[in-house]
Design a protein around this ligand. Structure first.
Ligand SMILES: [Zn+2]
Length: 162
């Protein structure tokens, strides 16, 4: 049996989407919500796959250090990087792709979570990034990645093709 728990981390960050054809090409920011889903097969003597406080410390610690109140940009966005670094002090975090919600979720799942969870006996199986209360993207270990537009009652799912 697989047991999965989730820890939610909120943060603020600026970004822009390089080569976006609409208003996302401009510098702007979001109040993001990241949901980290962690799975394991075994529970400890208390009945946990891992303590929620451990997840908070590790995930929030990484987010606070690298993304919170920072500016996320594609490493190909030379003009945006130069502009953001003009501001001193500045916190600019470069990604190997555009900082869309899909790519941020993928990056957290593939690159950030494995070292953070090393030695804990659990693994990250899904990361969801909420960019607004109405739009989120999900990356999961089965390789599916999708954009979800969620209302209070129902979700419509459209595959982004990745
Ligand atoms: Zn945006």
């Amino acid at each position: 049996m697989t047991l999965t728990i989730m820890r939610r981390i909120t943060f603020c960050a600026g970004h822009r989407l390089h080569r976006h054809e609409g208003k996302c090409q401009y510098f702007h920011g979001h109040n993001y919500v990241a949901e980290f889903y962690v799975s394991g097969e075994e529970t400890d003597a208390v009945g946990r796959v891992i303590d929620f406080a451990v997840l908070k410390n590790r995930f929030k610690g990484w987010i606070d250090e690298h993304w919170d109140h920072g500016f996320l940009l594609s490493q190909e966005d030379e003009n945006g990087i130069a502009a953001a670094r003009l501001v001193q002090p500045s916190r600019v975090y470069l990604l190997p792709f555009n900082p869309t919600a899909e790519n941020m979720a993928r990056y957290l799942l593939e690159r950030v979570c494995p070292p953070l969870l090393a030695g804990t006996g659990v693994r990250a199986t899904k990361v969801v990034i909420w960019e607004t209360p109405d739009a989120c993207a999900e990356a999961s270990v089965d390789g599916s990645s999708r954009m979800v537009a969620c209302g209070p009652e129902s979700c419509t799912i459209s595959n982004n093709g990745s």
